[in-house]
Design a binder for this molecule. Sequence first.
Ligand SMILES: NC(=O)c1ccc[n+]([C@@H]2O[C@H](COP(=O)([O-])OP(=O)(O)OC[C@H]3O[C@@H](n4cnc5c(N)ncnc54)[C@H](OP(=O)(O)O)[C@@H]3O)[C@@H](O)[C@H]2O)c1
Length: 337
Amino acid sequence: MINHYQALLCTHYGDWRELEVTQLERLCLKPGEVRIRVRHAGVGFAVSLFVSGKYQRKPPLPFTPGTEAAGEILELGPDVTHLRVGQRVMAALDWGAFGQEVVTQADTVYGLPDNINLADAAALPITYGTVWSSLEWGASLNSGEILLVHGASGSLGMAAVQIGRLMGATVIATASTEAKREAALKNGAHYALTSDATHLVEEIKKLCPQGGVDVVFDPVGGDLFDASVRCCAPQSRMLVIGYAGGRIPEIKTNLLLVKNISLIGFNYGLYIGWGRTDARKKFAPLVRAMIDKLLTALSREEMPLPLTQRFAFSDWENAIDTTLSRRAIGKVILDLP
Ligand SMILES: NC(=O)c1ccc[n+]([C@@H]2O[C@H](COP(=O)([O-])OP(=O)(O)OC[C@H]3O[C@@H](n4cnc5c(N)ncnc54)[C@H](OP(=O)(O)O)[C@@H]3O)[C@@H](O)[C@H]2O)c1
């Protein structure tokens, strides 16, 4: 094993372009931890917030960003029994994915079936975990219901299109460009609309003459959220997932009351140790069962593989910029050297 490894390092909270490629020394494992040789890392929208210190959790400096990784187990803490050295795994991390190695708690590390490649797996642990759990645990999406997905070409949105379709929903996607809408349709959406909030209500009325959509998956917020409330069927559920559009919406609750609409805030972080208190151990069996279902569906080819856009580690600035500047279609993946 090498004693040093290459990684991106955040030495001060600030602009993500000030990250530095550096050599880091290995840390010793503590009980409950594993060391992973990272082959691929998922790049998420939140990276700039993490690095600027504006995210809901602030890693201690210096730290390596990146919360989704796939690779092989190099070393196990003495008390870790559900994984083995050499095993192909994916992991939901606190931070550290943008480096050749990472040490993390074993509770959020998941073994992979042989037929799922590591580059695809790096898209899964948080992005697909968030989507599956929010649709199943949060919104209780039923087969035959209508699911409206905003930001449908983004990481979470594309996963919501694929998983919503797998769960038997009729999926209506919104996205800003023709290419993005095309990608959503290819990945399982039944319909794709522009993300122009001013026309959303009338477009949904045409597609849903019975009264509206049953579930809204909203990682964008802003005007799209406001318009979505008026697209909801009686007894529908709205998942508040994120604010990629930049504005946190506010709502008059009478709109919820008159149609028995449930507004559901959903933070996957709660289940993987990112809450005010670290509850990853408590939720590990629940999360593992959900990840098993996801991996089974993928390995049986019941749903498409994640749509990914890959970048070499040396091109990390381009990878992050593509994610943040709305150019990505699907999930951006960084390939570690
Ligand atoms: N709740 C949770 O547990 C959880 C978990 C992970 C991430 N998140 C949050 O979910 C949100 C989406 O994450 P993601 O990884 O899917 O992001 P992403 O891959 O960048 O996708 C976001 C989508 O939002 C749309 N968008 C609209 N206005 C935008 C703007 N001003 N800037 C950028 N995108 C804009 C874009 O689609 P169009 O161009 O088609 O409009 C884009 O495809 C983020 O706020 C993230 O922090 C929440």
